[in-house]
Design a protein. Sequence first.
Length: 403
Amino acid sequence: MTANSAIIYDAVRTPRSKGKADGTLHEVKPIDLGAGLLNALQTRNNLDTAYVDDVVMGCVSPVGEQGSDIAKMAVQNAGWDESVAGVQLNRFCASGLEAINTAAAKVAAGWEQLIVAGGIECMSRVPMGSDGGAMAADAAFAVKESFVPQGIGADTIATIDGYSRADVDAYALESQKRAAAARDNGWFDASVVPVKDCNGLIILERDDFIKPNSTMEGLGALKASFAEMGKYGFDDIILKKYNTLERIDHVHTPGNSSGIVDGASAVLIGNERIGKDLGLKPRARIVTTAILSTDPIIMLTGPGPAAKKALKTARMNTRDIDLWEINEAFASVALRYMRDLDISHDITNVVGGSIAMGHPLGATGGCILSSMLDELERRDLSTGMLSLCVGGGMGISTIIERV
């Protein structure tokens, strides 16, 4: 490590729960979800918050209750020192990991010493897409740029790579099995902070979106989510560019796609000196990060190339990575990622992913980091790669290494 290595001192998240009005966390305001994690970091690390330079939080729908710079609002809501700043950022589904990477870059540059980074997304209170934007809400832009909804892009990946409905359902079933086993064996407990009400009573202690009783038969009975949408002309847009395809096989359903949930994450990142001064225990360092963009029409093919870029920057190869994590936006995204990198499912998403636990958009990057770090420690392994697909064809990756 160097003097300005970006060191991870702690990583926490909330449980994830159904992002609808009948979800367990629907009663919790976004600023309360965020403040709960900040208070947990403070308590767990006996942290004098006056030493925190900034709080960087991803949020994909920063409007309404999640608007007005939710990161700073959460800081104030948590009662942290008034010197602590806060900023919200949005890189679509990569927002949480982008927040972490931004914090790491600032620390590595020597500009700041201690930062909290992560994300907040209460999808039951601020629905996905409620912030509008050119991608789907501006018809002129959508036509000019050949916009296609992500689900149809996922179906296109399956069609190009030859993944059948059985293939994507089998992947989804394994995600459910792994996530249920991890939760029920307590493998998430070190990082999952129970959400409590104003009286200190627990609202939710563990992830409750996981469906442990899933079966291939049950998954197979679900209707394809994007077939009707494809008939509106979106399939034709894809086929115009990928003109060797005869048709799009619509294989993705609610059962093999990421779930809509509420959740938040927070990671404590600092340099070596501040850690020693405050008595913090280093857990890992951020080795390198990568961001790039690929085809914006399919939109979901960026994670593999981003991981390769990160490996090149770090002068590493796939054999140097012990565990891999790809956000399970759709099953075909994970299958493509493993194919791109020639890696086994045995070392990829070993505790399940967003198909089982849900994808709280702006928070997911921090969620998968905490799970990765816990699992590296549990298995006594060293190095992990985190990747997500991102709107507009982007891909993001981060390599962490235990210290």
